[in-house]
Structures are given as C-alpha cells and as structure tokens.
Design a binder for this molecule. Sequence first.
Ligand code: PMP
Length: 429
Amino acid sequence: MNIEELSIDALATQLKELEASYSELAACKLALDLTRGKPGMDQVALSDSLDGILGGSYRAEDGTDVRNYGGLDGLPEAKRLFAPLLGASQDEILIGGNSSLTLMYNVIDFALSVGLRGPESAWGNSDQVKFLCPVPGYDRHFAICEHLGIEMLSVPMLDTGPDMDAVEKLVAEDPTIKGIWCVPRFSNPTGCVYSDQTVARLARLGQQAGEHFLVMYDNAYAVHSLYPGATELPSIRDYCQEYGTLDSVFQFGSTSKITFAGAGVAFLASSPENLAAFTQHLGYQSIGPDKVNQLRHVKLLRDSDGISAHMEQHAALLRPRFEAVLATLERELANTGMGEWLSPQGGYFIAFTTRQGLAREVVSLAKAIGVALTPAGATHPYGVDPDDQTIRLAPSYPSLEDVQATADAFVLCVKLASIRQELGRRGAG
Ligand code: PMP
C-alpha cells in the first residue's frame, strides 16, 4: 500500500518496528560496499588466460613486432575485432591504451584547447563553453567538464534516453553548447537503452548545433547484456551517414568490463577526418599504445562470437546479483510510493529514485550501519542533485551474500527515511 494512504497510527507502528530492526542491524557491525561499478573477482578471473596467451609469439598479422614502438592507431586485427562493437568500419576506429575515460578526456581537451580543425576551431576561443549532461549520469563524465572549466547544463534522462525535446531546444538557442554526454546502452546509472528515435535525433544534432559540436557517445556497456534478447542499440554511425554528421560523434568503448578493468584495451570511433586530427594530436603524447595487450586481447576474444560467448559468462555471474537487488526492491517497495527504479537488462547499475529530498538521508542512514553507497548527488553535475532523489546501486563487486545483505539494509533505510518524512509532513513527526 502507498504510504500516503496509511493512517498516522499505522505509520507510527511501522516506524517503531523499523527503528528496532535498524538498531539490530547497527549491532551487527556490517561492512558492506555497493559504491563503484567494479567487476567481481570471479568476473575478472574469466580472462586470466590473457597472461601468457601469446606463448612467445609477438608478431601481428602484418608482421609488426608488437614488442616495439609504433602503430599509434592500433593493430589492424584489434580494429577488426572491436569496430563491430561500435558499429564502425575499420577506417573509423582507433585502438588506444587501457582506458576509454582517458580517450574521452583527451578528445575534449583536444577540441577545447587545440581545435578539431585547427586553432580557429578550438572551443576555448569562446568565453563560454557548455556541455549538456543528461541526469542522472556518470560522475566521471561530469568531473572531466568540471576539471576543464566547461559549464554543465542538466537535461532530464527519460526511459528512452536524454529528453531530446529539451536537448534540441537548448542547442538551437545556444551555440556555446559544444557537446553532450551519452551512455547509450544500459546507461550509467539508470540502465535504460536509448530508443531508435533518440539515437537518430542525437545523430542529427550535428546539423542543428553550433560549429564543432560533439556527441560524446560512451558505449561502455555495448555488449554487457544480462539476458539473451536484451534491447539492442541502433547504429548511430548509420544515422550519421544518412545526415552527413559523422564529424559530430565520437564513440568510445573498452574491455574494462570484458577482460581486466584498468588493464584492458580502449577504443574510439569517429569520422576519418576526426581520427586523422586526433591521431596527430596523440602523436605528441605517445609513440604508440600497448600493442602486446591488443594482440593478447585478439587471441583471447578472437571475433564477435568470441566476445558474445565471453560476455555470457559475465552475465551468468552478474544476473543473480542484479536479481537479488531487484527482487528485494520489488518485494519490499513496489507500490509503496517510497521509490522507483528501472529493471536494467544489462550494464552495471540500478538507479533508485527516493521520495523528494531523501537520497542523502538514506545514504547517511546506511553509512551509519556500515553500508557504503555511492554519495547522493554523484549522479549530477557538481555533485548536486537538486531534488536529492537519486541513489546509484552497483551490485557487481560484492559476493551474492553481501549484495543480498546490502539490499535488505538499503530497503530498511528507505522505509525508515520515507515514513519519518511522511509523518513529518503530516505534522506527526
Ligand atoms: N564509461 C562508463 C559509462 C563507465 O561506467 C565506466 C566505468 N565505470 C567507464 C567509462 C570507464 O571506462 P575505462 O575503464 O575504459 O576508462
């Protein structure tokens, strides 16, 4: 039943019971952590054969000795392996080092300070540079903007992706808006998959926005579905070709959540002109990426079928953790008016929306009994969620037992905060 329909007496009785359970949990001295989207130990172990997989054979297919310098844009066989992940062709992809976040930072820094098409085109020539940030979103994207002095404008995230009516209106009005952050499949943190229409409209932004506008299309969870038949993402690159806007989209991906987090391979795709400009810029920073690791990844994953088979093993490990959290939310909080969430079919996160003004309270109630949650506000620019409503849950890393214990403690904190708030609202707090 919705708590707004409960009598004050019924609420007060529930509150007493909840406070007793909360004290009992506090006495258990829990040490649980659902903060960051790290793969679990059993997940990274799926790729342990990377170590030593080359067996002393260091030649790439074109004869390159991968132990030596060079090959700034990556090995051809690595391009062939990863291009399909981003729906790109092999002349539209660059294979980099270990982190897609580094590539994203580098693209923004390049567009801002150097210019995608020479000094005249640098965003930094303008007094103001702004970026659209769909919220809730990924804190590290927002941190890049904040660090580089780019002003962030929030736009709502819908179940179909960013609110494109709002996005189109803003970019048409304001040419100092130079980009938008996107996590199009199993978004961080809501888990939504952008709809066909959203992807098409993002691809068309290059026609509507100011010059050198960029869609930063971070497809970090491109192949990370939990279930066969999970919603697919249409190709933004095909829409870009149709609209002549390939220059306005940079796509990113990595194997951080396919093989080893932080020791995988990252890649980006864009128009051949953008790639040429960016590669030249990269040449001032590096003589070449870690091609040994690229070759190791090609040996381990082989092709798209190899990646799919590998990802099924990840899904088998992740599914029970997601289902434990979702079943607990459903059982304890569905139709109570105490929160809302989507049930993601992939990715690494569940975003829980509390009643207005309660996210920080829930996180601090949890912290006080030894349950660490991502700080409320982290999902919004400048760390400020104006409605104080979003909490990101990341169930991948702890053991299944700990995920369940955390979910139980979490719903208790949500109920406690919600019922206290409801009683307060009725002047009976
Ligand atoms: N993008 C998103 C949306 C992520 O969630 C993460 C990891 N949490 C990253 C990028 C980081 O990717 P990488 O390890 O390739 O830098």
